[in-house]
Design a protein around this ligand. Structure first.
Ligand code: EPU
Length: 416
């Protein structure tokens, strides 16, 4: 169990480059299985989930090289239809092998994916879609899917991110036309569709809630760059504001960050944008409380709700947090309470935070990637020393987190 020892109270200053987005990179890697040819993916973040995902693909038959944040990958033949449980259970994104293996070899046996403990993670949307395409689906100790040929159908993504990604990949192996209705429209869905299009896939309606796809026998390899991580950008923006610092975030996509900018403005955070750059400026006035409500993209992502919870504890007045997506996303609030935050958890989806309080360092626990970064932010703000346990969660989603934050003035030590 790795720990961070964080000395709080430093103002940060300097530039941080935003990495490629984990939740965009992993679907692209899954989609490379749809072709026998080589694909090259650049701007891939050097994180544990990517390394595990690549090893999981290698075990199925892929050959890859990963250097300088570029993955060259080719899967001439797939030798197995049961991905190794140790990889599958290490991350949620392994669910994407359902769609990609069903597409490529018509068969997959998958253990139930692991990942963050943020609530129930049902997969009914994925399975209903596979059945509608004509696949046989059996749920027992593992998920078993077989098909002797898929046929185009109307599918419903119900705004599930990985659900929509899986249905897209499976539908591309179906004869005729499929329509994915109620599709999620996050930037990572758009980037997956654009990559598949470069591979030769016939997809229309990209970026909307209705995607029309026509199955094709063969896709070819393609090159593609992973989009910048909008969740990392949003989290670091909150970190700059919470520590009252002047930091600049490089390599941001402003068009993916409207909900973040809107909430930061509302709370009184000073920010400045120029092409690909976001600056957070120190503020002389206290921040204002706000209603922090998560939603489907382009609204505020559930993955950003926890960082905003820290900012709410520093803002004047009572903030309301309403996060409907997962019922286990308030774990970090129990840790913030230990640090002195005034928190009232109304139910698993709603909480009130009253500020401003002065957070103080103590021993706290990280439960998942997003609560982890949130508690790092809290530790940077707090008076004294914070010891944050279980930071291996952060390694799943953030590239060299302590190195990058220490370079702008944070004081974080890792203890293994
Ligand atoms: N849902 C269902 N049935 C399904 C699928 C989802 O009811 O078959 C519900 C879920 O219970 C939840 C909602 O739909 O209430 C949204 O879940 P979604 O399927 O969109 O989540 P996901 O695809 O499992 C991805 C990200 C998460 C992110 C969510 C929401 C990946 C690998 N994971 O998960 O990212 O929180 O979308 O935006 O893309 C993270 O990066 O830390 C992370 C947890």
């Amino acid at each position: 169990m790795a720990r961070f020892v964080i000395k709080g109270g430093n103002r940060l200053s300097g530039e941080i480059k935003i990495a490629g987005f984990k939740n965009a990179a992993l679907p692209l890697l899954a989609a490379t299985l749809l072709s026998e040819e080589k694909s090259v993916i650049s701007n891939v973040p050097e994180i544990l989930d990517v390394r595990n995902f690549l090893e999981m693909l290698k075990d199925l038959g892929s050959e890859y090289e990963f250097s300088g944040r570029t993955v060259s990958i080719r899967t001439r033949k797939i030798f197995k239809y049961r991905p190794k449980r140790e990889y599958v259970s290490a991350m949620r994104a392994s669910i994407l092998l359902l769609g990609s293996l069903l597409n490529r070899i018509g068969r997959v046996n998958l253990a139930y994916p692991g990942g963050d403990l943020i609530g129930a993670r049902p997969i009914d949307v994925h399975l209903r879609g596979f059945k509608a395409l004509g696949a046989k689906v059996k749920e027992g100790k593992v998920i078993q899917i077989n098909s002797k040929g898929l046929s185009g159908a109307n599918l419903y993504g119900e705004s599930s991110v990985t659900g929509t990604e899986n249905l897209i990949m499976a539908a591309l192996a179906a004869k005729g036309k499929s329509v994915v209705k109620l599709a999620a429209q996050e930037p990572h869905i758009v980037s997956l569709c654009e990559f598949l299009r470069k591979m030769g896939a016939d997809i229309h309606g990209i970026g909307t809630h209705t995607l029309t796809l026509r199955g094709k026998k063969k896709l070819h390899g393609a090159s593609f760059a992973v989009i910048p991580d909008m969740i990392e950008a949003g989290s670091f923006a909150v970190m700059g504001a919470a520590t009252n610092s002047h930091i600049a975030l490089k390599n941001v996509r402003h068009d993916h960050l409207d909900a973040v900018y809107n909430k930061l403005w509302e709370m009184g955070v000073q920010l400045k944008t120029s092409p690909n750059l976001l600056e957070i400026l120190p503020s002389k006035k206290p921040y204002r409380a706000a209603r922090i409500r998560t939603g489907l993209y382009p609204n505020l992502a559930t993955d950003l709700q926890p960082p905003f919870g820290v900012l709410a504890s520093l803002a004047l007045g009572k903030s309301i947090i309403h996060d409907w997506v997962f019922e286990g996303r308030f774990g970090y609030l129990y840790e913030l309470k230990k640090m002195g935050a005034d928190v009232n958890i109304i139910d698993p989806h709603r909480a009130e935070i009253t500020g401003p309080v002065s957070l103080k360092g103590c021993l706290i626990d990280s439960r998942d990637i997003r609560s982890g970064i949130t508690l790092v932010i809290a530790g940077l703000v707090a008076r004294g020393v914070t010891t944050l346990n279980n930071v291996q969660h952060l390694d799943r989603g953030f590239e060299d987190l302590e190195g990058r934050l220490n370079a702008v003035g944070a004081d974080i030590k890792r203890i293994n």
